[in-house]
Write a protein that binds this ligand. Structure first.
Ligand code: SF4
Ligand code: SF4
Length: 361
C-alpha cells in the first residue's frame, strides 16, 4: 500500500492512531516523533480544534501549513491583507493537497459580502467555517448591520459561524461582542499585560459556550513562548492559541509545545510575566487613542513597532506606519501627558512613541 502526501495529511488530521500508521509508512521525514496535538472544542458550535492554531500574518510559503496538518494542527486563520495578499494564496496552495473536510478555516473580515466571496474564490472553496469580524471600536460589534451581513453570508452557505477579533480597545470590544450573544468565538489580542482585564470577560463567555482564541500572545513581557502559552492553556476559557508561522520549524515548535503544554504551567511564572509586563507591554486597550487631543494613532503605532521590533516584520511595520497621515504619526505628539494618566499599563507613552518613530521611519 502506498501513501500520498494527501493521505498522510488526512491521517494526521483525523488523529493520533492514523498518524502513527502513516508515519511508519512514508519515510524518513515522517520518522520524526510526531504525535497529533491535543484538541479542545468550541462548545456552542460543537467544533473541535487543536490547542494551537496556524496564524498566517507573515506566510509566504505553503509548506508550513502541510507540516501543521501532519501534526494534526488543522485550524488555519488567514486574511486577504496578510503578507500583501500572499498568505491567503499560500493557504489556497496548501489546500490543493488537503481534503476540504479535513481543514478548518477562519478568515479575518469586515463581513462585506463581495469581499468574503473574493476570499473564497482565492481559497478555492465555497465556504469557511468561521468569519471573524474585526473591530477596534466598542460601538461596532453590536451594530445590527454586522449580524445581518453575517446572516446573509450564512444563508449563502459561505460562512458557518461568527467570530469577533480585536487588537484595539480589546476589553471593551470583547465585552460588547459578548453582550450581543451573536459571536461563537472571541479572538482578542491577549498577553500578560491585559490578562487581568480580558480573562473575566472570556470566563463569562466560556460559561455560554463561546470559544476563546488567543492572538498576539507574546507581546513583550519577557519569558519564553512556552511559559506564556502554558499558563494560557491552563485557563479553560482559552480553547486555542493562534500563532503566526513562517517556517516548518515554527510549526514544529508549536506542535512540540502543544504535546507537552502542562509542563509549562506555573503560577509563579505567570505572576512574574505579569509584573514584567507592567510599564512595558501595551495591552491594546485603546484608552490613549481616545484621550489624545492631537489624535495621534498611539495604539496602532505601538503595534506597528511590535511588528518590526519583536516579530521582525520590519517592512510590514514601516509600511503600515507610512500609511498614517502625518497628523496622526508619532511626530504629532506634543508630550502633553494626557494619555499617560489613562494608561493602566503605566507606559511612558511619549517616550515609546519616540522609539517607535525611530524604528519605523
Ligand atoms: S499604550 Fe497604554 S493606554 Fe494605549 S493602548 Fe497601550 S495599554 Fe492602552
Ligand atoms: S502625550 Fe502625545 S500621544 Fe499622549 S495625549 Fe499627549 S499628544 Fe497625545
Amino acid at each position: 500500500m502506498s501513501w500520498s502526501r494527501r493521505d498522510f495529511v488526512r491521517g494526521a488530521a483525523l488523529g493520533g492512531a492514523a498518524l502513527a500508521m502513516s508515519a511508519k509508512t512514508i519515510g524518513a521525514k515522517a520518522q520524526t516523533e510526531m504525535q497529533a496535538v491535543p484538541r479542545r472544542k468550541f462548545e456552542r458550535i460543537d467544533l473541535e480544534v487543536p490547542v494551537m492554531t496556524v496564524g498566517t500574518v507573515p506566510l509566504t510559503d505553503f509548506a508550513p501549513i502541510l507540516r501543521a496538518m501532519e501534526w494534526g494542527i488543522n485550524f488555519v486563520h488567514t486574511c486577504s491583507g496578510y503578507a500583501d495578499g500572499k498568505a491567503i494564496e499560500m493557504v489556497a496552495e496548501a489546500m490543493q493537497e488537503i481534503d476540504r473536510e479535513d481543514i478548518v478555516l477562519g478568515i479575518k473580515t469586515r463581513l462585506e459580502y463581495d469581499s468574503v466571496m473574493r476570499d473564497l474564490d482565492v481559497l478555492g472553496t465555497d465556504h469557511v467555517e468561521i468569519a471573524f469580524y474585526h473591530s477596534t471600536e466598542p460601538a461596532e460589534p453590536g451594530q445590527e448591520q454586522v449580524y445581518e451581513d453575517f446572516l446573509r453570508l450564512k444563508e449563502a452557505g459561505a460562512v458557518k459561524f461568527l467570530g469577533l477579533t480585536s487588537h484595539g480597545a480589546v476589553p471593551e470590544v470583547m465585552e460588547a461582542g459578548l453582550q450581543t450573544g451573536w459571536y461563537d468565538v472571541l479572538m482578542p489580542a491577549y498577553n500578560p499585560g491585559n490578562a487581568a482585564e480580558v480573562d473575566p470577560i472570556l470566563e463569562r463567555a466560556a460559561e455560554q459556550g463561546v470559544g476563546g482564541m488567543v492572538m498576539k500572545s507574546l507581546r513583550g513581557g519577557g519569558g519564553e513562548a512556552e511559559q506564556v502559552w502554558g499558563n494560557m492553556l491552563a485557563k479553560k476559557h482559552w480553547t486555542t492559541i493562534c500563532w503566526s508561522v513562517r517556517t516548518d520549524g515554527d510549526v514544529d515548535k508549536m506542535a512540540q509545545f502543544a504535546n507537552d503544554w502542562e509542563r509549562w504551567v506555573d503560577a509563579e511564572t505567570e505572576v512574574a510575566l505579569a509584573l514584567a509586563a507592567e510599564g512595558r507591554v501595551c495591552a491594546s486597550c485603546g484608552s490613549c487613542d481616545r484621550l489624545c487631543p492631537q489624535r495621534v494613532a498611539v495604539s496602532d503605532i505601538l503595534r506597528y513597532e511590535m511588528y518590526a521590533a519583536e516579530y521582525g516584520w520590519v517592512r510590514r511595520g514601516k509600511k503600515l506606519y507610512a500609511s498614517l497621515p502625518p497628523s496622526r504619526s508619532a511626530e504629532a505628539c506634543t508630550d502633553c501627558g494626557a494619555c499617560v494618566a489613562g494608561c493602566y499599563a503605566h507606559l511612558n507613552i511619549p517616550a515609546r512613541l519616540r522609539v517607535a518613530h525611530r524604528v519605523l521611519s
